[in-house]
Design a protein around this ligand. Structure first.
Ligand code: GTP
Ligand code: MG
Length: 318
């Protein structure tokens, strides 16, 4: 594909177009998208992927903005992907991020993309990973994914990251409660943002106390205080990320995690196809509509219907 050549030669406009192609969930666009992903795949795997997650308003975008500034000073390029599944319009997410990250829009070494409510077919995590691949093939040294870590789909998004930073703030309610919601497991680093406000030290103490309770941890997540509005602590945060990266590389954990991720992605892709097929078939396939009718009339169980369905699935129909 011509567009692949353009991406590999560092054409940012081609990069933007390619991202639009891989974000597309319409069935008509699938072939194009698959071809593109196939051709860029051999060029991926060089970027280091950082996930930034935390409650709404925790200061994630402000932190990404300052972290990007820091990484740029080190001479590295940055791709930013802001995923906001709660935003009804991509434009809404974009507007907020444009304000927070405006310092970087003119920088040729930075590319920013926002994704709103994509993934109505459960494909949010998949689109995110695909966009990450495009940014990776383009040659971005570091890719940052920002997302609100509330639901399963956002946690899934975080599986794409090599190092995940969980952003906490003082005065945002019970830290222990926040950390219970599956967030603790995905944190490689804790950033206590808004450290200019009272209560930051208390948050640090609470997180450290929770970490003390976990025995048998190979990597103890560092807890770093930052002020994203004034740059304070951003160098320590990046140091902590680098330290985690070195740990992953030295122990062979990075290879292991990336292998697991590949397996997960294959399975996820298969599931995604089945779901897309079903959504399509539910509207157009008479046989399936007939099966559903029987299930509704209780003459066929849902399991039986599913068996028939799987036995007759023809993806070429889609
Ligand atoms: N005092 C203080 N305010 C901060 C700090 N970091 C961010 N803020 C403010 O917190 C508000 C939310 O910041 P964002 O960066 O948009 O937060 P976010 O987590 O990206 O928000 P969503 O994407 O909407 O979930 C803004 O008004 C920021 O100016 C900080 O370190 N200290
Ligand atoms: Mg944000």
């Amino acid at each position: 594909m011509e567009i692949v050549k353009e991406i590999l030669s560092g054409n940012k406009r081609a990069l933007a177009r390619a991202i639009t192609i891989v974000e597309n969930e319409d069935l008509e666009g699938q072939k194009n998208k698959e071809q593109l992903l196939k051709e860029i795949y051999p060029y991926t795997g060089k970027a280091y992927i950082i996930g930034i997650t935390g409650s709404p308003g925790a200061g994630k975008s402000s932190l990404v903005n300052k972290l990007t500034e820091h990484i740029r000073r080190l001479g590295l390029t940055v791709g930013i992907l802001a995923v906001d599944p709660t935003s009804p319009f991509t434009g809404g997410a974009l507007l907020g991020d444009r304000i927070r990250m405006q310092d970087h829009f003119l920088d040729p070494g930075v590319f920013i993309r926002s994704m709103g409510t994509r993934g109505s077919l459960g494909g949010l995590a998949k689109s995110t990973k695909d966009v990450v691949k495009v940014l990776d093939a383009f040659g971005m040294d570091i890719i940052i994914i920002e997302t609100v870590g509330v639901g399963q789909s956002e946690l899934d998004v975080m599986y794409a990251a090599d190092s995940t930073v969980v952003v906490l703030t003082p005065g945002a309610g019970d830290v222990v409660q926040t950390l219970k919601a599956g967030i603790m497991e995905i944190a490689d680093i804790f950033a206590v943002n808004k450290a200019d406000m009272v209560g930051a030290d208390k948050v640090v103490t609470q997180v450290e106390a929770m970490l003390d309770l976990k025995d048998d941890i190979k990597w103890r997540p560092p807890v770093v205080k930052v002020v994203s509005t004034s740059n304070q602590g951003l160098d320590s945060l990046y140091e902590a990320i680098e330290k985690h990266r070195k740990y992953l590389e030295k122990t062979g954990e990075l290879d292991k995690v990336r292998k697991e991720r590949a397996l997960y992605e294959v399975a996820e892709s298969a599931v995604h196809r089945v779901r897309a097929y079903l959504n399509h078939a539910l509207e157009s396939n008479e046989e399936l509509v007939g099966l559903l009718e029987k299930v509704t009339q209780k003459t066929l169980s849902p399991d039986e219907a599913a068996n028939t369905l799987l036995a007759n699935i023809k993806f070429s129909d889609t």
